[in-house]
Structures are given as C-alpha cells and as structure tokens.
Design a protein around this ligand. Sequence first.
Ligand code: CP
Ligand code: NVA
Length: 321
Amino acid sequence: MTGQLRHMLRDDDLNHEEQKQVLELGMKFRENRFYKQPFAGPQAVAVLFDKPSTRTRSSFSIGVAELGGYPLVIDKSGSQLGRGEPVADTARVLTRMAYGIVWRTFGQDRVEEMAKYATCPVVNALTDDFHPCQVLADFLTIAQFRGGVDALAGKTIAYVGDAANNMANSYLLAGAVAGMHVRVAGPYGYLPRKDIVADAERIAAENGGSILVTTDPREAVADADCIFTDTWVSMGEEAEYAIRSKPFWDYQVNDELMALAKPDALFQHCLPAYRGKEVTESVIDGPQSVVWDEAENRLHAQKALLTWLVGQQRGDESLLA
Ligand code: CP
Ligand code: NVA
C-alpha cells in the first residue's frame, strides 16, 4: 500500500471498515499493552491542551510511551499558542519534530487548521463540536462486553442529556459509521445541529443504521443496548451554569429510565460525572455501569488509533491489524 496522510478530526473521518480495523486493533492492545511500538526510537508525539483533562492527558501520555514514543505534553498556559501564535505556524513547527499531533481545544476550525498545515497525523482530543477518541473507547467497551467488534452493527445506543454538545455529535456520527441505531434525546434548545444530523442520517443509511433525535428521553432509551449521558455544563460553558441547571432534570439517567432499556443494558459516561445531576449514584455506581472499563479503554483505543494513522501514513500494513 502507498502511504496516505490521515487525520482524526471528527468521527466520520473513518469509514465503516476503517472504524472496525481501529477497534479490532484496540482489542489487541487490550490483550497486550505492548502489541505494537510504532514510535520506537523514541519518536515524539505532541499532545496539546487548551482545556483541562485527566483521562485524555493520562491516556495519551501513557499510551504514546507504551507505543515506544515520547509524549510531549504542552498546556495552553505554557505555549505560544496561548499567547496568540497562529495555529498554522504552530503546525509548521511541530510537524518538523513530532510524528503526530493530538490537540484538545475549543473551535473545530482550529484542529482543521492544524491538520491543513501538518505533515503528520492530527487527532482531535475534544473540541466544542466532537470527541471522537472518547467514542472509539466507548464502542470498544461495547465490543468488550458484547461479543467483539462485529457485534456493534445493529445495536441500539441512546444518549440522553445535553444533545447539542460534543459527545452527542460524536455518538451520532460514530454510531452511524458503525451501523448502529443511534437515538439522541435532549430538551428544546439543546438538540444537535441540523448539518450533523443530516450527515449522520446519510452515513447511517449507508451502513444499515438509523438516527432518531427526540425531546423524549423515554422514547430514546426504550429497549436500548447501551445508555450514555454527559455533563449538562461542558468545558467553556461554566458561565451558563445557572441557566443550564433547569432544562435537563427530565433527562437525568436514573433507575426509572434505565429500567426502560434492555435488562442487561450497559451504562457509560465519558467522565467527569456529576452524581445527582445527569446521573444518579445508583446508576453510575450500579451493576450496569461500565464506566471504569470505558475510561481504561481510552488508552487502548487511542493507541490503536495512533498506530493505525501512522500505519496509513507510512504505508505499513503491519500496523493496521
Ligand atoms: N472523558 C474525558 O475526555 O475526560 P478528561 O476531560 O478528563 O480528559
Ligand atoms: N462535554 C464534555 C465532555 C468532557 C470529556 C465537555 O466538553 O466538557
């Protein structure tokens, strides 16, 4: 195969077969932490943060090291990006030194700009619009508990809460790519953008899945295989805390809502979680919750993604499986 520079900026940057390849690779990394070492040298991967993080920071730092590489972690406060250096110039510099760039930032346009000027893979580690690495880990968790990657297509997943945020958007796109039946429920004013729903519907149709966007949380979770939620106040929205405390109460994931899903439905939350708000303690700390496996799977899924992306760039098929 010839090398091709690929990025992961939004969930539909991988097609159905490619998403499966990455998840299969993730299953291999679950079995053997040192399955592949594409960054042996060590080669550096730059991991940039414009927003706080615990899981993403630790999973990329540890993950790059386990891939044989050197994670160069840079915070906004310690970089010239934080003082207004153009994204394009940052990309031109980092790409001369690093073998991959991972970035958590605000606008989706910023990761797109980084990718435009980088000659190494760029990975979105959360923007206001998408969190694709998280959803790869979430799907790996379903594969882990429900009979492997082939079992994903045809499953029904439901996301309940702030349906206009990055997690909702990523479930829509990634679920569509996987051929799942994706249901998203949130209150009026907190529903996904039309263009994202349209993209998800088109992709779902290609892969045998479907999309439902509703204001009724009960309709969304009915008979679902997995229930997801997320904070009602995402990073950068802290000033809206008071306004956002009101519209979401009907969307809390509690025992009553869980009871409408399949009896063995899984519960996942990207974390950090706010018990007593978007989810009750009884659910997140209960028997159907797999949130700690989900958090661990960030490590395996991202190592798989980085390995796959550099495999594509190098034209090295041994890194794709
Ligand atoms: N889920 C997630 O991305 O967590 P962090 O914000 O801690 O990285
Ligand atoms: N929607 C949340 C996800 C955190 C991992 C946020 O953007 O803050």
